[in-house]
Design a protein around this ligand. Structure first.
Ligand SMILES: Nc1ncnc2c1ncn2[C@@H]1O[C@H](COP(=O)(O)OP(=O)(O)OP(=O)(O)O)[C@@H](O)[C@H]1O
Ligand SMILES: [Mg+2]
Length: 360
């Protein structure tokens, strides 16, 4: 196991810069997920850590050693790709032992390590099969097995679950997490799925357009997004983000562009008339029947809770409620927001306005 440090790493293709100085410190044994929209540079960064792409500037260290000029096979890492790239003509056992055979490890040792990995992954009964006779999830497990037998310092995963159906993805998600808890190997995992990131990671790195937007534990990012991008990206349904200004007279409150007023936390320094974006997660929006501020537009029960979309001024707001309200589309309602859970963002920079209490 080893720590991994990415320090001011840049990547250009010709004149085009794809990564603009990325800094990430990954501790020994940590499970870190790189997440962000398509094209933001996740795979590029992972491939730079693996040694499959050159580092244009800055440096990457594994276990305290700068590896910019170290060949991939000397880095003591194992990578699992989206396409499992299993050898079709080899059995599961041969696929899993391939890298050890290449490294000329003794036969008994190869057999032992393959058996052990197969046992961890529940593949013992499939060792003689060929990949074409396996399900998608089983193939995925063989690809993981091939990485495990190498007992690397670091695992690198690039969207390993994206070829699986939704149910299998959820299952493999928990299997990979349990595997990490058991092996404690430093893991860097790429996905564009924020649910995968939230459920599996010790820490998440949110990327956009070749920049790191925020690094933190899943709940850090959920509870204290540093900017509008992270606020909108993490969480499903997403945080309600309403444009408006701070009131110019009377009590200090938020006035949405459509005129609706909402309360603001009293521990943030706000200027009168300041343009802001008001963020509130659906579970922190309360609904009471009657009033005139909002109107029910859509009701979507999921069983455990109900998602209610309401028109509010010129926009819409989503609330998730656990109570079974007898509402129908068109009903007038009032919206309350749990003031402790209100996020305010600078409308110009998109940055979260500081909340002294929360940052203490
Ligand atoms: N060889 C290359 N030459 C020029 N541009 C490239 C090259 N490889 C990747 N890029 C560009 O770099 C950017 C980042 O690509 P990358 O594959 O790292 O994105 P990603 O975050 O992994 O996206 P996805 O979620 O779609 O896999 C993209 O805009 C891509 O077009
Ligand atoms: Mg990618």
């Amino acid at each position: 196991m080893a720590s991994v440090t990415v320090a001011n790493a840049r990547k250009n293709y010709g004149h085009l810069e794809i990564l603009h100085g990325v800094d990430i410190d990954i501790q020994d044994g940590e499970f870190v997920i790189l997440v962000g929209p398509s094209g933001c540079g996740k795979s590029t960064l992972l491939r730079m850590i693996a040694g499959l792409e050159e580092v244009s500037d800055g440096h990457i260290s594994i276990g305290g050693r700068v590896v910019n000029d170290v060949a991939p096979k000397e880095r003591d890492i194992a990578m699992v790709f989206q396409s499992y790239a299993l050898y079709p003509h080899m059995t599961v056992e041969a696929n899993m032992g391939f890298s050890l055979r290449l490294a000329k490890a003794p036969k008994d040792e190869i057999k032992g390590r393959v058996r052990e990995a197969a046992q961890i992954l529940g593949l013992e009964h499939l060792l003689d099969r060929h990949p074409r006779h396996l399900s998608g999830g089983q193939r995925q497990r063989v690809a993981m097995g091939r990485a495990i037998v190498r007992q690397p310092q670091v695992f690198l995963f690039d969207e390993p679950l994206s070829n699986l159906d939704a149910k299998l993805r959820v299952q493999m998600r928990s299997e990979i997490k349990q595997l990490h808890q058991r092996l404690q190997t430093t893991t860097i995992y790429v996905t564009h799925d924020q649910v995968e990131a939230m459920t599996m990671a010790d820490r998440i790195v949110v990327m956009r357009d070749g920049y790191v937007e925020q690094i933190g534990t899943p709940l850090d990012l959920y509870d204290r997004p540093a900017n509008l991008f992270v606020a909108g990206f993490i969480g499903s349904p997403g945080m309600n983000l309403i444009k408006g200004t701070i009131s110019t007279g009377g009590p200090i409150e938020f006035v949405a562009d459509g005129g609706v007023k909402l309360p603001v936390p009293d521990d943030i320094a706000l200027e009168r008339g300041q343009p802001v974006v008001y963020g509130i997660r659906p579970e922190h929006v309360g609904i009471t029947t009657g009033g005139s501020a909002a109107q029910v537009a859509l009701i979507e029960p999921t069983g455990a809770e109900t998602q209610i979309t309401a028109t509010l001024g010129t926009g819409q707001i989503i609330a998730t409620v656990r109570d079974r309200l007898s509402l129908k589309s068109g009903d007038p309602i009032s919206i309350t927001s749990d003031i402790k859970n209100v996020h305010l963002f600078d409308a110009v920079t998109g940055k979260a306005l500081e909340m002294p209490l929360h940052n203490a």
